[in-house]
Design a protein around this ligand. Structure first.
Ligand SMILES: Nc1nc2c(c(=O)[nH]1)N[C@H]1C(S)=C(S)[C@@H](COP(=O)(O)O)O[C@H]1N2
Ligand SMILES: [Mo]
Length: 361
């Protein structure tokens, strides 16, 4: 297999170690399933090099029969399942919040998202084989092989048992029909459709059923949503909202921000995503939100966790235009107009109308 920097040579790199990078938006919009080569990478530590033949997964905690499974065991004992779903970072589109006031973390454009066909086994089937006990307050904690750069602990996170038992939640070994690349979690990762990417650990080592969320700093301290008056100095992680389901969002992928266009008809294209609801409508404005027209939307009803592609042709006359997009979901909700409305010092869940300025000559 090619090295990381050859596989990912088209990406915009935010950091090399830990490696964090996202695709250009025209590449992202080029296909409904995002190629591994174009898929953003978000990592908090090293990218482990794991030999699939020696790999073992441990399942323990509040289960009747703890398990130790090789990759071959997983494939033999459990039915294969394929789910098309978006992976999206809670920091996707953070750059728009950074434009309001300083935030911590990398300045992701709208490319910290991708849509893939994930193949693996249902986490529910593995938990059932271990005799997982049903219970009021249960969480499924994950531990990974990588070490978090900042805290020098192994990466860990957790999800509520109900989401772990949901049919869409997978232990995945393949992406778009190919084995996972090292940077996407080879040989096995969790995929929790609809939830922020942080709840989908890569390089999975261990699954523990327990009566509280993971105490790993990734779960206990990071990926919490705070009100606008809270700062890094005053934040109490225990009081923050744990980010799980992601908000309604949309982005313009083409034309690019700052594009110089000729006067005439232009195709405006992008994606929209509604987490565990459906995207019902996408509005596009040629004038910063004063007037709107409806885009054509393309989505697959059999794949509720996939994204929705949208497209519209607009006549753009000479001058400066601020093209904006907003999606509506099946509950009739739409996105906030400005990033100021939901600004938080970590820059999470940036989901205001996406605005792209273009110049038409
Ligand atoms: N073990 C491990 N799993 C991880 C991470 C990580 O740093 N280590 N990053 C998480 C975050 S924040 C995101 S957004 C997704 C990104 O997945 P991708 O790099 O395959 O796109 O992986 C998640 N799983
Ligand atoms: Mo993330």
């Amino acid at each position: 297999m090619l090295g990381l920097f050859q596989r990912k040579d088209r990406l915009i790199v935010h950091g090399e170690a830990p490696y964090n990078a996202e695709p250009r938006l025209d590449r992202l919009r080029a296909s409904f399933l995002t190629d591994q080569a174009d898929f953003y990478v978000r990592s908090h530590g090293n990218i482990p090099d794991i030999d699939a033949d020696d790999y073992r997964l441990t399942v323990d905690g509040m289960v009747a029969t703890p398990l130790e499974l090789s990759l071959a065991d997983l494939k033999e004992r459990f039915a294969p399942v394929t789910v098309t779903a978006v992976m999206q970072c809670a920091g996707n589109r953070r750059a728009d919040m950074l434009a309001v006031a300083p935030v911590s973390g990398d300045p992701w454009a709208p490319g910290a998202i991708g849509n893939a066909e994930w193949t693996g086994v249902r986490l529910a089937d593995v938990l059932q084989a271990a005799g997982c006990e049903a219970g009021e307050e249960r969480h499924v904690a994950f531990e990974s092989h990588d070490r978090i750069a900042e805290s020098d602990t192994r990466f860990g996170a957790s999800i509520p048992l109900a989401k772990a038992l949901a049919p869409e939640t997978l232990l995945a070994f393949a992406m778009n029909g190919e084995a996972l690349a090292p940077e996407h979690g080879h040989p096995l990762r969790v995929v929790v459709p609809g939830f922020a990417g942080i709840r989908s650990p890569k390089w999975l080592a261990r699954i523990t059923v327990q009566d509280q969320p993971s105490d790993n700093p990734m779960q206990a301290d990071d990926y919490k949503l705070f009100p606008p008056d809270v700062t890094a100095e005053t934040a109490d992680p225990a009081a923050g909202h744990t980010i799980e389901a992601m908000p309604l969002n949309s982005a313009i992928c083409e034309p690019a921000r700052g594009a110089a266009l000729k006067a005439g008809r232009h195709s405006i294209r992008g994606y929209a995503i509604a987490s565990d609801r459906a995207v019902a409508r996408v509005d596009v404005s040629p004038d910063g939100g004063r007037s709107w027209a409806q885009a054509r939307i393309e989505h697959d009803r059999r794949a509720p966790f996939a994204w929705t592609f949208w497209e519209i042709d607009l006549d753009l006359g000479t001058g400066e235009h601020e093209v904006a997009v907003r999606a509506w979901d099946s509950a009739g909700q739409t996105q906030p107009a400005a990033p100021d409305d939901t600004w938080n010092y970590k820059g999470y869940l940036s989901a205001a109308w996406h605005r792209v300025r273009v110049t038409v000559a």
